[in-house]
Structure formats: C-alpha cells, structure tokens
Design a protein around this ligand. Structure first.
Ligand code: ATP
Length: 206
C-alpha cells in the first residue's frame, strides 16, 4: 500500500486547471508554490490575469477549477487602500482585525502614522492610506500576504519608502508573499524570484 502523501511544506500550493471570467478563459493550467519566508513577484501585461490569480488565492474569485492549499491567516493589500471612510485610522485597525487599541497604536507607529491615529481616511494622503492598509494587513500576523500593486501611483521617493517599510515589517516573519507588480525595480527590491503570466488564457512562465 503506498504511503500517504506528506503534507506540502509550501505556504501556497495552487494546482490550477483553469479560471474564467463570465465563461471566458483567463488562466490556463498552472502550478504555483510559494514557500514560507519567500516573496514572489508576479508580472505580466495589463489584463493578462494577475489580479485574478491573486483573488483566487484570497478566496475572492469563484470561477476556477483545481486545488489550493493555504494556511489559515491570509491578508490582502489591494491597489486601492479600501478603508472604512467614517472610521478613524485607529478604528480602521481595531474594527477590521479585532486587535487591541494598544496593538493598533503600535502598528500605527510602525508605519509612521502615530500622529494620524484619530484622522479619517479622507484626511489622509494616498501614501498615508497605503501605509494604513499595510499596517492592517500585517496586524493579522498573516502566514500569506497577497499584494496587488500596492505602490502604484506613488511618487518614486514614497514608493521607495513603502518598499523599505514592507521589508522591515516582513523581517523575522515566516510569511509567504505574492506581489503583483509592473515594476522591475519593485520585483528586484522585494522578491526572491519573479514569475510572469503570458498569453490568453495565461500561463505561468519563470
Ligand atoms: N469582473 C470581471 N468581469 C469580466 N471580465 C473580467 C472581470 N475582471 C477581470 N476581467 C477580465 O479578466 C482578464 C484578467 O483581468 P485581471 O484584472 O486579472 O488582469 P491583470 O493582469 O491584473 O491586469 P492589470 O495589470 O491591468 O491590473 C482581463 O481580460 C479582464 O478584462
């Protein structure tokens, strides 16, 4: 009798047979594995299916076939910060992650927003909103972090600051990260390896 298969050591193990949007094939068969502590950049032309792949991993896209093994705690950072507009920066952390106020204050300090704890998102700059979204994602101590172009439309200096912040926050955590980006610089700065989606339906190429 064959021995039972050992559990996969990968944090992300996706065996995809295919994915569609309204019946139209978007993603072809592919196998994506990301190890704990590893950051993978996902690149490819606009409209190829990068966000769709990320949303499959996040459990936000239903039209796909295959198998996906992920740990329990998954956080996603969207292109837009997606904050609660009528809640303060502090409440955006406490209400969405169930953390204590003390933990939220600490998280705000880590992203340089101590002085904006009581501000509403509309009173924050885009860079500050992005930092708040990052703080929220890291607060749940995710085992998998999915980031969809988190630095897009930031000026180069702020983009560099945010990348340094992500490096700081992920240090010492055994977190698997998938970063969707169009920027070779972001990929080179943050990722251990880069994968590219190409074609229609898209395939994963190294
Ligand atoms: N809600 C939707 N309904 C129908 N088609 C969709 C929907 N969302 C995405 N698509 C289509 O699926 C394909 C993949 O879209 P997706 O957003 O995953 O691409 P992407 O690689 O992330 O693009 P970009 O780099 O421009 O963000 C595109 O052709 C898009 O038009």
């Amino acid at each position: 009798m064959p021995a039972p298969a050992a559990p996969s050591p990968a944090a992300i193990d996706l065996q995809l047979s295919g994915a569609t949007h309204q019946g139209a094939p978007v993603l072809a068969a592919m196998h994506l594995r990301v190890m704990p502590g590893e950051t993978v950049a996902l690149t490819g032309p606009s409209g190829v299916g990068k966000t769709t792949l990320l949303r499959i991993l996040a459990g936000l896209h239903a039209d796909w076939q295959g198998q996906c093994h992920l740990p329990g705690r998954v956080a996603m950072v969207f292109q837009e910060p997606v904050l609660l507009p009528w809640r303060s920066a502090l409440e955006n952390l406490t209400l969405t992650t169930d953390c204590s106020e003390a933990a939220a204050h600490l998280a705000l300090a880590q992203v340089g927003l101590t002085h904006r704890a009581r501000a509403f998102p509309g009173a924050l700059s885009l860079g500050q909103q992005r930092r708040l979204a990052l703080a929220r994602a890291f607060l749940v101590q995710p085992e998998v972090l999915l980031m969809d172009e988190p630095f897009v439309s930031l000026d180069p200096a702020l983009g560099a600051e945010m990348m340094a912040l992500v490096k700081d926050l992920r240090r010492g955590r055994d977190m698997a990260v998938v970063l969707v980006t169009h920027s070779a610089e972001e990929a080179a700065t943050l990722a251990h390896r880069t994968l590219r989606l190409e074609g229609r339906p898209a395939r994963l190429v190294a």
